[in-house]
Design a protein around this ligand. Sequence first.
Ligand SMILES: Nc1ncnc2c1ncn2[C@@H]1O[C@H](COP(=O)(O)OP(=O)(O)OP(=O)(O)O)[C@@H](O)[C@H]1O
Ligand SMILES: [Mg+2]
Ligand SMILES: [Zn+2]
Length: 486
Amino acid sequence: MSMATRTDTRSPALHVADSHDLIRVQGARENNLADVSIEIPKRRLTVFTGVSGSGKSSLVFATIAAESQRLINETYSAFVQGFMPTLARPEVDVLEGLTTAIIVDQQRMGADARSTVGTVTDTGAMLRILFSRLGQPHIGPPGAYSFNVPSVRASGAITVERGAAKAARKTFTRTGGMCPRCEGRGAITDFDLTQLYDDSKTINAGALIVPGYSVDGWYGRIFAGCGFFDPDRPIRTFTRTELHDLLHKEPTKIKVDNVNLTYEGLIPKIQKSFLSKDVDALQPHIRAFVERAVIFTTCPDCGGSRLSEAARSSKISGISIADACAMQISDLAGWVHGLAEPSVAPLLAALHHTLEAFVEIGLGYLSLDRPSGTLSGGEAQRVKMIRHLGSSLTDVTYVFDEPTIGLHLADVEQLLGLLDRLVDAGTSVIVIEHHQAVMAHADWIIDLGPGAGHDGGRIVFEGTPAELVAARSTLTGEHLAAYVDT
Ligand SMILES: Nc1ncnc2c1ncn2[C@@H]1O[C@H](COP(=O)(O)OP(=O)(O)OP(=O)(O)O)[C@@H](O)[C@H]1O
Ligand SMILES: [Mg+2]
Ligand SMILES: [Zn+2]
């Protein structure tokens, strides 16, 4: 096992004289930290180690990242600060050389059905610009290729104030790429009617089997008293119109027992009360009903691509933006590379570069139309990293908390490659990590301990991985030595 491959090519650059190259922490006392003073090299990979409860989070998050956030907040105007939480200054005497800290965590990305790998990275936006420039037929600006932008048409009078003001009628249209049928979700909901009612029964005998719609309940009374159908006839004998009114009728004012009410068909009512919420937030019996009764099917209009017909019709060498987003990213990178179009060369280069980054960190098998909520924790973290790789911020500090959690060894290798790229781009990378491969790869290791709580909170080692192994003075050193020897 080779170690410290990077320390061979880059010295840790701990020239104390040049304090610009260091983040200096003096007298940190958050939680269990015992007046800790350390120096972290900038533009290097620094790994914090130590047993659980030794104080890693207290130092990295509660002290360094917290102070960075506080300093950023202070740069806003007093007015804006009024809307932000007041952050207490962490318990620390000196914190120097701090740069903006960006925390990249493993939290799953929001389960918002509208967010995809393409939308959470810049790739989706870049593809839309590309298609708006090169797509044939030309259908409009980038928004015309976005499934989050609906088409809008408005008309009315506008007043032009010029000399004697005069009004003119104008029509305004904006072409969006959203599939109108599924509203950009890619799926539509269908109902299994046998889960909504028993068609051999009458409404008054309890035909409705939707939770909360019993005959003696509130909704039961509305359906029995609305007058659109006979509550004493079995539903299977209803006419087409009666069945339509039962299932789909648009909101209509009615009077039941002299009370003014609004009647609405069963299906829009269920959609509003049960389906507008996150399925996980529903009460268990309602959730069970939704899972029984609602069938999510691919939208027949857009075939699940979420895009309008116009957006799908516009192509670059036979490929639509929907096709491009459905391609495996490694294939898409090849396709983009093959487009020789001088007018958009910088855009193509940037897009290709980002797509290649996916491939390099082992995510080439994903596609841009993959809903981001379906990514695993590790995949999500790496996708978030890609978002940062493209950013032009260099003087920032990335903070990762155990990025290897749940990764296989091969993925750990890819992760290390990604951390290297961040460092090579000129950023400082701080990682809290137990994985020996990451420790061995570090430029600098800071080991907290020796124990947890009161028994921890001190720096038991700081130096290169090679020095940690040579010293074998700490538990972490013993473990790393054993790993490196294998
Ligand atoms: N908000 C707090 N208030 C009081 N004590 C705290 C607080 N946060 C952490 N501690 C204590 O400080 C000590 C260090 O905690 P810390 O979270 O920094 O450990 P850690 O090294 O990050 O551990 P882990 O590997 O489990 O994340 C622990 O004994 C913990 O119980
Ligand atoms: Mg912690
Ligand atoms: Zn659709």
